[in-house]
Design a protein around this ligand. Structure first.
Ligand SMILES: NC(=O)C1=CN([C@@H]2O[C@H](COP(=O)(O)OP(=O)(O)OC[C@H]3O[C@@H](n4cnc5c(N)ncnc54)[C@H](OP(=O)(O)O)[C@@H]3O)[C@@H](O)[C@H]2O)C=CC1
Ligand SMILES: CC(C)(CO)C(=O)C(=O)O
Length: 310
């Protein structure tokens, strides 16, 4: 399978590198700074499932000839990323976004047509270190995808078969990808609201008096939003993720907290803004969502003013 990976950040670097190890023809579409770093140092992954260090193919501009485009930008880069991959989107090319959130799916469908777009999500904790190394931070390694019409098409089955050969990846093609993406949004939305508002890991929140009850409240509200949108989450998921949030030993954080702590842009509008609007539409109490979004927006003001602490 010929795969073009837009971006070689945390997820693009990790899954692109792993698919290369599985035998796919992988090319990275990257901007100049990352292109230079990859040309000089190769792609480096550090992971509990084995390291990778190898030279990779990069492109500065997309061209036709790919079966799949793996889209791994942040939500705030979506429009530029769509323009960048457009030349690669031939009649048989599928695009698989692994961004958190949901609204990018409709944006991609408007850009490329419904048949070209897959749903997808990644449950992993990874980060791109300043030296260009992709650091995989725990044992989460799930890549889940599917057709928006629910069919288990040859292309999603082929991708699942390929990715199952990759070390450090558990890949699954599913018939209910929009339900799964909502579930992921409930998961991420809850952990992002908690970790960003408290500037702490889930274990640190759980050890603080009242922390577990706070996370339970946010989880229940996000689950109510998903149900009101017609995508109720599974009981087994609520139990599993509730236990993660209640674990006082947990060291689990979110990409949004890592971005904030690094002084970078966040996906707050795409995740927290979306959830706040959905809470309002569903009549779910909204004050915690509003406070988390306001916190992220105030941080953004401070960041833009160059007043973040060094
Ligand atoms: N990190 C994690 O643990 C998880 C992240 N996610 C989600 O996955 C998505 C990606 O996150 P993550 O991998 O952490 O983000 P990163 O910032 O690490 O990587 C995104 C990469 O996309 C590149 N990029 C953006 N626009 C373009 C473009 N037009 N052309 C070429 N490259 C481009 C950026 O390159 P440049 O360096 O040039 O800016 C950057 O390297 C987000 O939606 C996130 O919420 C989901 C689950 C877990
Ligand atoms: C849910 C979580 C925290 C891990 O997959 C995530 O998606 C993120 O950090 O962006």
């Amino acid at each position: 399978m010929r795969i073009l990976v837009l971006g070689a950040g945390a997820l693009g670097g990790y899954f692109g590198g792993r698919l290369l190890q599985a035998g796919a023809e992988v090319t990275f579409l990257v901007r100049p700074r990352r292109a230079e770093q990859l040309a000089r140092d190769g792609l480096a992954i550090e992971s509990p499932f084995g390291a990778l260090h190898q030279k990779v193919e990069t492109l500065a501009e997309a061209r036709p000839g790919f079966d799949l485009v793996l889209l791994t930008c942040k939500a705030y880069d979506l429009d530029a990323a769509i323009a960048a991959i457009r030349p690669a989107m031939g009649p048989g090319t599928a695009v698989l976004p692994v961004l958190n959130g949901l609204s990018h799916v409709a944006t991609l469908e408007a850009a490329f047509g419904r048949g070209a777009v897959l749903g997808g999500l990644a449950k992993i904790q990874a980060t791109l270190a300043p030296d260009g190394t992709v650091r995989h931070l725990n044992d989460w390694r799930w890549l889940t995808f599917g057709e928006l019409d629910g069919s288990l098409s040859p292309r999603v089955q082929a991708l699942a078969a390929l990715a199952s050969q990759a070390p450090g990846v558990v890949a699954e093609a599913v018939p209910d990808i929009m339900d799964r993406m909502w579930e992921k949004l409930v998961h991420l939305g809850t952990s992002a609201i908690g970790t960003v508002l408290m500037r702490a890991s889930t274990g640190e929140i759980a050890r603080a008096p009242g922390g577990i009850a706070f996370m339970e409240t946010v989880l229940a509200r996000n689950a109510a939003i998903a149900a009101a949108e017609g995508h109720p989450v599974r009981e087994s998921f609520l139990k599993e993720i509730g236990a993660v949030f209640a674990d006082p030993k947990g060291g689990y954080t979110t990409s949004m907290l890592r971005d904030l702590e690094a002084g970078g842009r966040t996906e707050a509008e795409h995740i927290l803004g979306f959830l706040l609007q959905a809470a309002q539409a569903a009549g779910v109490p909204e004050e915690i969502h509003a406070a988390a979004l306001l916190h992220a927006r105030a941080y953004e003001q401070r960041r833009e003013a160059g007043r973040l602490p060094r």
